[in-house]
Design a protein around this ligand. Structure first.
Ligand SMILES: [Zn+2]
Ligand SMILES: [Zn+2]
Length: 194
């Protein structure tokens, strides 16, 4: 039986780009969204680089999701993921940057900080920015549902190192990835490693 996915969008000190709402159209199972405001946890901030440690924010978010599940009496039948959306620079391990991070089979975080054309000295392009935010969000949630990177040209699960890579993706999962997603949600609990 196909379960409903309930994705909690955590606004981390910033309102997420509105197009993220279209996540409900991208997944091959019924999806519903809820928005919650959660402040960025100060302990995840690194003064030296001025960036936030993605994994620390992510584990904080997973704990917040546990708390929400306790407090909000949601139906236990749904599969729940929390997706943190931040507008600050994130890093993990090396002090570079990330568009997003996910723990396989768990939760996800994205940063829209480097998705604006403006960041690269280009003219503002709201459409492009919104599209990128949607793609990165779907990609990280794909990992959160247990998908690994995919090499099918244009699949949203293509590895993306630069914004040009993101722009080369379509706003959809390829058919085998859709199949895999359906399988993940319909029962098997095995965790997929990268
Ligand atoms: Zn990825
Ligand atoms: Zn794919």
């Amino acid at each position: 039986m196909t379960k409903t996915a309930h994705i909690i969008i955590a606004c981390l000190d910033a309102m997420p780009p509105s197009r993220i709402q279209r996540l409900v159209e991208i997944f091959p199972f019924p999806t519903k969204l809820d928005l919650v405001r959660i402040p960025l946890p100060k302990k995840a901030f690194t003064k030296k680089s001025g960036k936030w440690h993605a994994e620390r924010v992510l584990s904080y978010l997973s704990n917040q999701l546990k708390r929400l599940k306790r407090d909000r009496h949601w139906t236990p039948a749904h599969i729940r993921k929390i997706l943190g959306v931040a507008d600050v620079d994130l890093y993990f391990k090396r002090p570079s940057y990330l568009f997003g991070l996910s723990e396989f089979g768990n939760d996800a975080i994205v940063s829209v900080h480097r998705l604006r054309p403006h960041f690269y000295g280009e003219a503002h392009d709201e459409e492009l920015f919104q599209d990128r935010a949607l793609k990165v969000s779907a990609h990280e949630l794909g990992h959160a549902f247990g998908l690994v990177h995919c090499r099918t040209k244009g699949c949203i699960m293509n590895y993306a190192k630069t914004v040009e890579d993101i722009d080369g993706q379509r706003t959809e999962f390829c058919n085998p990835c859709r199949e895999r997603l359906l399988k993940k949600v319909s029962g098997t609990k095995s965790k997929v490693k990268p």
